[in-house]
Ligand binder design. Structure first.
Ligand SMILES: *Cc1c(COP(=O)(O)O)cnc(C)c1O
Length: 367
């Protein structure tokens, strides 16, 4: 059939069997509320890296509808893209005032987060009186104004919209850096009286009222990442990544699976192949190590993760379950990113931001 006669794929048709990501923005809103209620102050929302891989536009739209007024992204490009779908709320760019950004910030009504003295004068000259957020470094030694230069911020002649700092080890409530940064940030706020202050991101929001200041800036917690690893997670997992089995093979003892023949069956085995690989964010370190779930039964990854496929040992499953078309849970409530991270030689943040782009995404309630 010539291409011109071929029917165009319709958005109404179910996608061909494959992998599919489901994102429940209702759960993201619930997590946002949990963080704000725990901290006892309003919460902004960090939606950098495309909403930690889950889609900045739909995530921010849901949070804005729930009342979130301030969004943070990392780069100017992310901010300009987000502005298209988010006309009202304030959008702040964490990466600073990079050279040449000024007209774009103005055109899209974006708020720069200023990290160093040289940026103060440039925003005073080019910022048209619009506000900026000040980022002071209280110990991360990465981005932000050094404490010793605080006077320059107080005397910059800028209308500071807010002052923020970022914590080093807030996920460990016993870490001595927490108290050190708290003490330093108190000195910052004393030098900038009346400027709304924010020290806590996700984990810091769970450190108690001393760390809350005027607002908190959760990112990871919105997406269900446990803010205090090792303790029960107070947040909901808002995503599910499922892949349908493409093929099931019977192996004899001694047969190998995948590139490099790194897995050799010790017994007659059944191997199921699913259409997800490292190009989809299933990190290669999960080879012969990660464990997925099929209808609640664990199915170990055997052999190397390849670009588009992984292979699962389904030998021990009850008959009839591991068949072509059956859905395997790759991420989701039964295998949240916090659990998947270590199995992939990584952590929840990287698992989320590595999520691939080629499977369909659906935004709807998770059962
Ligand atoms: C990424 C980031 C956040 C959010 O951090 P989470 O740990 O994901 O909550 C907050 N503030 C700054 C400055 C950041 O860079």
């Amino acid at each position: 059939m010539p291409d011109s006669e071929r029917p165009a794929p319709s958005a109404d048709l179910p996608p061909p069997a494959g992998a599919e990501l489901t994102v429940d923005t209702g759960r993201i809103v619930a997590n946002w509320r949990t963080v704000a209620a725990t901290a006892g102050v309003p919460a902004a929302a960090v939606v950098k890296a495309d909403g930690y891989g889950l889609g900045a536009a739909p995530v921010a739209a849901a949070l804005a509808a729930a009342g979130c007024r301030l969004f943070f992204v990392a780069t100017l490009g992310e901010a300009v893209a987000l502005r298209q779908s988010l006309p009202g709320p304030e959008i702040a760019v964490l990466g600073g005032l990079v050279a040449g950004a000024e007209p774009h910030l103005l055109a899209h009504r974006l708020t720069p987060v200023l990290n160093q003295r040289a940026e103060f004068a440039r925003w005073r000259d080019a910022g048209d009186g619009r506000p900026a957020i000040l980022h002071v470094d209280t110990g991360l030694n990465r981005l932000g104004l050094p404490m010793a230069e605080l006077d320059a911020a107080a005397e910059a002649g800028l209308a500071w919209r807010a002052v923020i700092s970022h914590m080093v080890a807030a996920e460990d409530p016993a870490h001595p850096m927490n108290a050190t940064q708290l003490m330093r940030f108190r000195a910052v706020t004393a030098r900038l009286p009346g400027v709304p202050a924010s020290l806590a991101a996700s984990s810091g929001s769970f450190l108690g009222p001393d760390y809350a200041f005027d607002f908190v800036r959760p990112g990871a917690a919105l997406y269900g990442v446990n803010p205090q690893p090792g303790r029960p997670n107070p947040l909901l997992c808002p995503l599910r990544l499922d892949a349908r089995i493409l093929q099931v093979r019977e192996l004899a003892a001694g047969d190998s699976v995948g590139y490099g023949a790194t897995f050799v069956a010790r017994r007659p085995s059944r191997i199921a192949t699913i259409p997800v690989g490292y190009a989809d964010g299933f990190l290669r370190a999960g080879s012969s190590r990660a464990v997925l779930y099929l209808s609640g039964h664990p199915v170990p990854v055997v052999g190397r993760v390849s670009m588009d496929l992984i292979t699962l040992d389904v030998t021990d499953l009850p008959p009839g379950l591991a068949v072509p078309g059956a859905a395997v849970e790759i991420l989701g409530p039964a295998r949240p990113p916090d659990q998947a991270g270590p199995e992939l030689g990584s952590m929840a943040y990287e698992v989320l931001t590595s999520l691939g782009r080629r499977f369909p995404r659906r935004y709807r309630e998770l059962a």
